[in-house]
Write a protein that binds this ligand. Structure first.
Ligand SMILES: *Cc1c(COP(=O)(O)O)cnc(C)c1O
Length: 233
């Protein structure tokens, strides 16, 4: 059995190798440990091994872990689909939300973000694969949404996020990630200052790094295989 700490070390090595292959510095690529379905004890183990950023998909589960582990001073990212009626606990407890796909969600988060907290960092989720079933805004609609979200007072628009369709086709994956990067570059050329490309998971982080990822979201390669849960993306 491998430990969380050994897995983390393996992932860091993969990141360093992929960054070197792409001529990038590993220091510009943040690692988010996706701890959904894993108990607070597993998060604490990863934290003891030096991991600071964690990603959660389910509101109740995430908020409970954040409360339990408050003393560790970790940074928490909400990365799952979010219903409009569940924004309040997310605005109150998380540091980032990666899954903004409509203005209403961002408006509610902005209104509900307490004035005593720093603005909530957000990414707009873009559907780079064009599948009807997947969440995320269509690439052609991202520009308008980005402008509207960037204008909200208690929100800080940091960048874009995507989850390409599962595939072993490296070229296809690279083209999906390149779509997100191209969109980010267009938006920055138009005056936004987006510093984050949230892309790359356990099986495709090398391709994402090659295409400019600045934040990886890695679960299985750190914590092991999850039990399948209803509604999981
Ligand atoms: C679960 C999840 C991940 C992590 O996926 P792994 O394949 O376990 O690395 C990343 N991003 C999102 C949005 C997820 O829901």
């Amino acid at each position: 059995m491998t430990s969380i700490s050994a897995n983390l070390q393996d992932v860091r090595t993969r990141i360093a190798n992929a960054a070197a292959a792409a001529g990038r510095s590993p220091g510009e690529i943040a690692l988010l440990a996706v701890s959904k379905t894993w108990p607070a004890g597993c998060v604490a183990q990863a934290a003891a091994a030096g991991q600071r950023l964690f990603g959660e998909n389910y509101v109740q589960e995430g908020v409970a872990k954040i409360g339990e582990l408050r003393s560790l001073g970790l940074e928490w990212h909400f990365i799952g689909p979010l219903q409009s009626n569940k924004t309040r606990p997310v605005a109150e407890s998380f540091d980032w939300v990666h899954s903004i796909d409509r203005l209403k969600l961002a408006q509610r988060l902005s209104e509900q973000r307490d004035a005593s907290l720093p603005p909530l960092n957000v990414c707009i989720q873009v559907n780079v694969s064009g599948e009807a079933s997947k969440s995320g805004v269509a690439p052609g609609e991202a520009r308008v949404l980005a402008r509207e979200v960037a204008a909200l007072p208690r929100i800080r628009l940091r960048g874009l996020m995507c989850i390409p369709e599962p595939t072993d086709d490296e070229r296809l994956l690279r083209s999906r990630f390149a779509t997100l990067r191209g969109l980010r570059d267009e938006l920055n050329a138009e005056g936004l200052a987006l510093d984050t490309l949230s892309m790359g998971m356990s099986h495709d982080l090398e391709a994402a790094i090659a295409e400019g990822a600045t934040m990886l979201r890695v679960g299985t390669a750190i914590f092991g295989a999850r039990e399948v849960r209803k509604g999981e993306t």
